[in-house]
Design a protein around this ligand. Structure first.
Ligand code: ADP
Length: 272
């Protein structure tokens, strides 16, 4: 595992934000799979995991909890592969204890963040200002596409503002993740995007049906099509649906083996 010592957000040209209206719908999963798909397509990709409530992408990518450090231009992300094609920075790397979300590791390095965090928690000022600082404090180096600033509940679109601080960013597009049943939460994000002139790349319906591990047949145990319907209603592009797949879940829980080739997935090909 290597770390990148040069560069900053200024060399990041394209940003895909993976957002949803609530937790547990698959943002981390989609972010990880999207990054792997882009990497598979030959892009240099970075993932910024800013899920304050449960940063899980390091586990999905078998990265664990490395000791991250700072260079002149900010926190140094971790490369997850020998080819240096996938960089990761997670808010989880800065926590003392992953089960006790929110005490930064190495606080002496960044008293301002600690102070902000303390204020955010005690006075309910603004947790997202902390995320903003985090976004601009990572030394990404040169990347084609950083996939997924990934915001949890609350005001996810705030994160758009922070990515915009890089004047060299050519485009920044949100991908909205929904489940078939919980489209109402995402609808608010779409309205917000439209009002603020942010162009949405599209909508992914996750947990859409269930793939039987024995016969591989997909059954619609709940409902299906909510994401596609929402896309039509809101004039957004429907990028595709991802079924509940025990094999995907297992690979996510156990971590991804980077030597295996990327599965043939219409959804992720469409996104990339
Ligand atoms: P979020 O980041 O929105 O909180 P996660 O990506 O962590 O959600 O997913 C929540 C849980 O659902 C995880 O345990 C993950 O393994 C599982 N999961 C998400 N999408 C799928 C899927 N398509 N098939 C199987 N399990 C999934």
């Amino acid at each position: 595992m290597e770390q990148n010592n040069d560069g900053s957000l200024s060399q990041v040209r394209h940003v895909v934000l993976v957002l949803s209206g609530k937790g547990g719908v698959g943002k981390s999963t989609i972010t990880t799979e999207l990054a792997l798909a882009l990497r598979h397509a030959g892009k240099k990709v970075g993932i910024l995991d800013v899920d304050l409530c449960g940063p899980s992408i390091p586990r999905m990518l078998c990265v664990g909890r490395p000791d991250v450090h700072q260079c002149d231009s900010g926190w140094v992300p971790v490369y997850t592969d020998a080819q240096k094609s996938l960089a990761l920075m997670s808010i989880g790397f800065l926590l003392e204890d992953p089960d006790e979300a929110v005490v930064w590791r190495g606080p002496k390095k960044n008293w301002y963040a600690v102070l902000q965090l303390y204020w955010s928690l005690t006075l309910f000022i603004d947790l997202f200002s902390m995320i903003g600082q985090f976004v601009s404090d990572v030394a990404w180096g040169e990347l084609d596409v950083p996939a997924g600033g990934h915001a949890a509940r609350g005001r996810p679109m705030n994160i758009c503002q922070y990515w915009r601080i890089s004047k060299n960013t050519e485009w920044m597009v949100p991908v909205l993740v929904t489940t078939p049943q919980s489209t109402g939460d995402v609808r608010r994000e779409i309205t917000f995007c439209k009002k603020t002139g942010v162009r949405i790349l599209g909508i992914v319906e996750n947990m859409s049906g269930f793939v039987c591990p024995h016969c591989s047949e997909c059954s619609n145990i709940f409902s299906k099509g909510g994401g596609e319907e929402l896309a039509k209603l809101t004039g957004s592009m429907f990028l595709g649906s991802v079924p509940l797949d025990p094999l995907l879940s297992k690979s996510i829980e156990e971590g991804r083996d980077f030597t295996e080739s990327f599965p043939d997935s219409a959804t992720f090909s469409a996104i990339s």
